[in-house]
Design a protein around this ligand. Sequence first.
Ligand SMILES: [Zn+2]
Length: 82
Amino acid sequence: MAIIKEDLLARAKEISQAGVDYTPRYGAICPWCGTKKLPVARTMSWDGSTRVRYHKCPGKSCIISKLGIGIKSIEEDYYANK
Ligand SMILES: [Zn+2]
């Protein structure tokens, strides 16, 4: 059981660092606890059709939050290049 949890945490860390999708409706969603509209810590400039943001999860019982892991999100504007 413990091993499975560690695997899930490793996966959630990977996703946090690689970037989750940023959606107009839900913003960024925590890959561990599923909190929607994560508060934004830092917003980067548009780079082509994508924009990167960094978030912190406010979930009190969220491991990602407890470990101080920032969550990256990527917004894509599908019309940017049209
Ligand atoms: Zn969380």
